[in-house]
Design a protein around this ligand. Structure first.
Ligand SMILES: Nc1ncnc2c1ncn2[C@@H]1O[C@H](COP(=O)(O)OP(=O)(O)OP(=O)(O)O)[C@@H](O)[C@H]1O
Ligand SMILES: [Mg+2]
Length: 274
């Protein structure tokens, strides 16, 4: 039996596209016929949970059966002693993964855009970490600083150090590696000089600190406009009179590409069975 992959979408940079990427990973895995567990660790925003609540409501209104993940939202412990609260948070996270593993082919965890004990526990239990990054040196700065003249990446910075530590601990405790995938988000159709520099710096950094790079998602309204219905571009049905637009077809390909970039062994098994 293959272990259930735990896909942790994380980046301490707020607004980099974690929830958008997490939603589309769940949607892509569901549409490939997988049973998906989803964990929302952003107890303040709860956007990941709201999306699936919207989806369930819309399915009822529209009289259609849209596939849903099994969703768990975890709140941080309110224990006064910080060390005890952290232990309790890690316990809650591991228990949610255990509960979901029994009935899921993959688990997707959406982290908040800040360093929290729940987020740390999620990274420590990941099989794949997916880090969305806007094409900007502001986002890049969480992975590494860059030389202002050559744009060469300097030493790894806070989030890269954190992932490095999580990987090291995972290897010591579980004798397993964590795959790390950095995904570019909100790419524009025309590449500016700045984007090219970010892209080149990322390629070099990926070799140095050991992550894989995936193209990710372009900047598209379709990735946000269906949120109130809890739908994604994968749910759209081609009408009798009107097919999908070029942009919708391209968006679908991007989402499928994102899912394929996870390289899940279970995904190919489900695809082969279907
Ligand atoms: N590829 C995209 N195309 C268009 N809009 C996008 C795209 N990715 C993200 N957005 C929009 O950018 C905003 C931030 O995205 P999102 O909420 O996914 O980021 P986040 O990393 O989860 O933020 P936080 O750190 O606050 O949790 C949202 O309004 C979202 O709809
Ligand atoms: Mg979010």
């Amino acid at each position: 039996m293959l272990p259930v992959p735990v896909i942790v979408v994380g980046n301490e940079k707020g607004g980099s596209g974690k929830t958008t990427v997490a939603i589309h990973l769940v949607a892509g895995l569901l549409s490939a016929g997988m049973r998906v567990g989803a964990v929302d660790l952003d107890h303040r925003q709860r956007s990941f949970s709201h999306f699936f609540a919207n989806r369930a409501q819309w399915a009822e209104r529209a009289g259609r059966a849209f596939p849903l993940p099994k969703l768990v939202s975890i709140s941080p412990s309110d224990h006064e002693a910080r060390s005890l609260a952290e232990v309790e948070d890690a316990r809650r996270l591991v228990s949610a993964i255990g509960e979901l593993s029994a009935e899921s082919d993959a688990i997707v965890i959406d982290c908040p855009g800040a360093d929290t004990a729940l987020g740390r526990a999620a990274h420590a239990n990941a099989s794949v970490i997916v880090t969305p990054l806007n094409d900007s040196f502001v986002d890049f700065d969480l992975l590494a600083g860059v030389d202002p003249e050559t744009y060469e990446a300097k030493a790894p910075s806070i989030y890269a150090e954190f992932v490095w530590e999580s990987r090291k601990r995972h290897m010591i405790e579980k004798r397993k590696t964590i795959d790390w995938l950095v995904v570019r988000n909100r790419m524009s159709s025309t590449e500016t000089r700045n984007q090219r520099r970010v892209s080149e710096a990322l390629t070099k950094l990926s070799q140095r600190i050991g992550f894989r790079l995936a193209p990710g998602l372009s900047e598209r309204v379709i990735y946000r406009e269906l949120f109130p219905k809890g739908l994604t571009v994968l749910d759209l049905i081609e009408g009798k009179t009107r097919g999908l637009t070029m942009s919708q077809v391209a968006a679908r390909a991007e989402v499928r590409g994102l899912v394929a970039a996870l390289r899940l062994a279970r995904l190919s098994k489900v695809a082969a069975a279907g």
